[in-house]
Design a protein around this ligand. Structure first.
Ligand code: ADP
Length: 205
């Protein structure tokens, strides 16, 4: 609606002031970017819906986590959020590499977006009780207890205005949930409002 509305205004020649052109032009740019993210996430989810067979290979979890975080490093820097890594740097897991990259991307991205200045994101990969475990923990804004149950639902967002401002689609965690299901992995969340969030993915033996 925003894109169409501003597009119509431009088309009618009613916007002539240079400042207005800049302002409305940048709104169109922002909104079209959001639309693109949304379309990509919807396509991603429908691909995951159709794909029940996962091609796996031995994937080094720490390397994958670091490479993913590298792509998000500029965003983390701008948000003044520090990304820390912990755990076994040689840990390998039989999984689908591109899906695991996507899982790390969505979790680390959220931990940056829903954080505070000076906050951290701690990414850990460990072998615990015979299982590979990925943990992404932050000391950001956290999630109210009443919402943690619904957080993996499609389009669910705690704070719609904040999500919109950060370019969220409400589909990131639904994609994470889907990826863990395809790997028969367990997905757990623990969060406290104002204190932070921890998401744990435990692969099967
Ligand atoms: P979005 O695109 O809105 O980020 P997600 O599916 O990734 O969608 O997340 C759903 C909602 O869960 C977010 O809108 C946000 O309210 C909340 N959320 C997700 N991760 C975190 C986190 N690490 N800290 C606080 N809130 C989070």
């Amino acid at each position: 609606t925003t894109i169409r509305g501003f597009g119509e205004l431009f088309g009618s020649g009613m916007i002539t002031d240079t400042e207005d052109i800049k302002k409305y032009g940048s709104r169109i740019q922002q909104e079209s970017q959001r639309l693109l993210f949304l379309i990509n996430d919807i396509i991603r989810l429908s691909e995951l819906d159709e794909n029940n067979e996962v091609v796996t290979s031995s994937v080094n979890l720490m390397d994958t986590a670091r490479e993913t975080a590298e792509i998000l490093s500029e965003k983390a820097k701008n948000a003044d959020v520090n990304i820390i890594f912990e755990g076994d740097k040689n840990l390998c897991c039989m999984c689908n590499e591109s899906y695991i990259r996507e899982l790390f991307t969505n979790l680390i991205d959220n931990s940056i977006k829903y954080n505070k200045k000076g906050g951290y994101v701690k990414v850990s990969v460990n072998f615990r009780d015979g299982k590979n475990v990925i943990t992404v923990k932050d000391n950001g804004i956290g999630i109210p207890e009443s919402d943690t149950e619904r957080i993996f639902e499609r389009f669910f967002r705690v704070d719609k205005s904040r999500s919109k401002a950060t370019g969220g689609t409400g589909l990131g965690l639904a994609i994470v949930k889907h990826i863990t299901q395809l790997h028969d992995a367990k997905l757990e969340i623990s969060s406290e409002e104002g204190k932070g969030t921890e998401i744990i993915v435990t692969f099967k033996d």
